[in-house]
Design a protein around this ligand. Structure first.
Ligand SMILES: C[C@@](CO)(OP(=O)(O)O)[C@H](O)COP(=O)(O)OP(=O)(O)OC[C@H]1O[C@@H](n2ccc(N)nc2=O)[C@H](O)[C@@H]1O
Ligand SMILES: Nc1ncnc2c1ncn2[C@@H]1O[C@H](COP(=O)(O)OP(=O)(O)O)[C@@H](O)[C@H]1O
Length: 309
């Protein structure tokens, strides 16, 4: 019997992204605090008669996402996720994966990682694998540093490459405005620019540690304190590669955002608002400022990957 399974997984912002010196494997040790936001990727997996993995991709209703930058071949992280699961469990069946994107592409919000997390859960169900959460976590970490977090969602500390996840206490909802750019930034390139700045003495790369100020603001549900504590060590590198992002940040501050930062490796700019209403006011100001290609309001924390059928 052909049975489709649909799974939804969220995008994220990094409330803290502290980055240490590059290691011999090319990766950087991180101390990061992730918050999942209610922009979602949806993946529907349908079993196939043959052993092919076939992708289709579309945009979620109302989402302004650039689908031309999403590969449909084996390099797509959703295809890699299905393959990794198949290899780990000796499955021979193929699958159709229909991806509906609601998270900006190459925006520093882990949209591809959310596709991978959703694919793992959907394929595990379609192939009836009885996979444990620990097994999923291990395969997720092999796909990308952000994948374990979007599998779990909510708010969490990420150590190591960012893939060693511990849930964090958080009270209430936080309201965000996300200003996206049509032209994405490559995560690897932003890390390389970070390395260049460190090598040239423009920045320091100390051993990263989790910020007390962020954890206290989260437990208290204090958006104002959180706004003051936001920190992203990749921001100078993202601004160096995409200097126009400074005007987006300035426009959000003009609208009294509680805090503004580049989201992860960028180029999405995330502004923290006092309320949903304030988020809409910031979004309107950003739209009029014409500094971003699209502007969307979102809130967090949001749940991780969940079955919706
Ligand atoms: C920067 C962050 C912040 O959460 O995400 P984005 O903002 O891009 O979504 C992450 O560190 C990205 O996570 P993700 O995009 O899953 O990384 P991966 O696919 O594992 O790695 C992409 C590239 O980023 C670099 N990388 C990633 C993680 C890490 N701790 N150190 C690194 O140096 C490596 O150069 C690697 O080749
Ligand atoms: N399922 C996918 N969705 C989006 N991009 C993907 C996907 N699979 C592979 N990619 C490639 O990965 C790059 C980064 O994707 P994405 O996860 O959207 O951004 P980020 O790493 O900044 O959060 C894209 O530019 C694209 O070339």
């Amino acid at each position: 019997m052909t049975r489709s399974v649909t799974v939804r997984a969220p995008g994220k912002v990094n409330l803290q992204l502290s980055v240490g010196p590059v290691q011999v494997d090319g990766y950087h040790p991180l101390a990061t605090v992730f918050q999942a936001v209610d922009l979602y990727e949806t993946v529907t997996a349908t079993p196939r008669e043959d052993d092919a993995i076939v992708l289709t991709v579309g945009a979620a209703r109302g989402a302004d996402v650039d689908l031309t930058a999403v590969p449909l071949d084996a390099t797509n992280i959703a295809a890699r996720a299905a393959l990794a699961l198949r290899e780990a469990f000796g499955v021979s069946e193929g699958v159709d994966l229909d991806i509906v994107k609601g998270v900006p592409v190459a925006g520093g919000m882990a949209g591809g990682s959310a596709d991978a997390a959703a694919t793992l859960l959907a394929c595990a169900e379609v192939w009836d694998l009885g996979v444990s959460r620990a097994q999923l976590d291990e395969i997720a970490a092999g796909l990308g540093a952000d994948v374990p977090f979007v599998l779990h969602g909510h708010t969490a500390v990420g150590l190591g490459r960012g893939d060693d996840i511990t849930p964090a206490m958080s009270r209430g909802r936080f309201h965000w405005v996300l200003a996206t750019q049509a032209q994405g930034l490559s995560t690897a390139e932003v890390y390389r620019e970070f390395d260049r700045m460190v090598a040239d003495g423009e920045r320091e790369a100390a051993t990263p540690a989790i910020s007390d100020a962020i954890m206290v603001a989260l437990v208290a549900g204090n958006a104002e304190a959180l706004g003051d504590a936001l920190v992203n060590d990749l921001q100078p590198a993202a601004l160096s590669l995409a200097p126009h992002l400074q005007s987006v940040m300035d426009a959000a501050l003009e609208a009294d955002a509680l805090g503004v930062m580049v989201s992860g490796s960028g180029p999405t700019v995330a502004a923290l608002a006092r309320s949903r209403q304030h988020a809409l006011a910031i979004a309107a100001h950003l739209t009029v400022s014409d500094t971003a290609d699209a502007v969307v309001a979102a809130s967090g924390p949001a749940p991780g990957a969940v079955l919706v059928t």
